[in-house]
Design a protein around this ligand. Structure first.
Ligand code: SAM
Length: 262
């Protein structure tokens, strides 16, 4: 970044800074920011994505946990556009309050150590979000997009696919980052479904059922769901109690969550 020595990346903040221009350009093209977008970036770091997004949209709100990075980021952004940096852990940020009635377009090369909690946090605010573009561990993107029956199909696949359209976009090799992570990465687009297409069941109940169903992968559904739903209820709903969670489509978990329970 202009005028300042690059920061020494901090492992405990999951810092891997993007330096490959071609990758930055592909991400920005995938996002296709427009002048009236309400853009939010999670973990701007040194600004690899922030500055081109800001140049395209004119304004952007960034949420960064590492206070040390913020002064240089603000200085670099000043000639480019209106950057507001919120110094916070994104998991504590109320995204609906940030949206203030508009729908957010969220982007981020996420810190991999908390990528799943960040995804679930964003899902809690699906109504306030237009779309999300995230760089994640490739393996996480594969889990998010997996179909029933796949080895990597699980809780993350079901919860994300119920709430969003999941589109894996492209892979990114470790060499695109400083320092290079030990894993391959991938960029994914998540588009929250309109409310009418979202599950008609209590979200907390869906979360409970899905967590229990995948908590013990090798167990049959009736065993995994012991204490959450009984086998008779499963049979009444036309669901085989001997089935295993990893074979069931996301919609089946909605049906399970709709069943009467104690
Ligand atoms: N966007 C930059 C880039 O692409 O070069 C940095 C990406 S780096 C993988 C992740 C960024 O998220 C770092 O800047 C890190 O400090 C920040 N971060 C880590 N934990 C965070 C949290 N809980 N809330 C907000 N930002 C966080």
């Amino acid at each position: 970044m202009s005028g300042s020595a690059p920061a020494r990346p901090k492992k405990h903040f999951g810092q891997h800074f993007l330096h490959e221009r071609g990758v930055v350009e592909r991400i920005v093209r995938a996002i296709a920011p427009q002048a009236d977008d309400t853009l939010v970036e999670i973990g701007p770091g040194e600004g690899a994505l922030t500055l081109p997004l800001l140049a395209a949209a004119g304004r952007l709100t960034a949420i960064e946990l590492d206070a040390e990075l913020i002064p240089a980021l603000e200085a670099a952004a000043r000639p480019v556009g209106l950057l507001e940096v919120i110094r916070a852990d994104v998991l504590r940020v109320d995204l609906a309050a940030l949206a203030a009635g508009r729908r957010l377009r969220i982007a981020g090369n996420l810190p991999y150590y908390i990528s799943s909690p960040i995804l679930f946090h964003c899902l809690d605010y699906a109504d306030a979000i237009a779309d999300m573009h995230f760089m994640l561990q490739r393996e996480v993107v594969e889990r998010m997009a997996a179909a029933p029956g796949s080895k990597v199909y699980g809780r993350l696949s079901v919860m994300l696919q119920l709430a969003c359209t999941v589109e894996p976009l492209f892979r990114v090799a470790p060499g695109a980052f400083r320092p290079p992570p030990k894993v391959d990465s991938a960029v994914v687009r998540l588009t929250p479904k309109p409310p009418a297409q979202r599950p008609q069941a209590d979200p907390a109940r869906i979360a409970t059922v899905v967590r229990a169903a995948f908590g013990q992968r090798r167990k049959t559904l009736s065993n995994a769901l012991r204490g959450v739903l009984d086998a008779d209820a499963l049979r009444t709903a036309g669901i085989d109690p001997q089935a295993r969670a990893e074979t069931l489509a996301p919609e089946v978990f909605v049906r399970l969550a709709q069943l009467p329970h104690d």
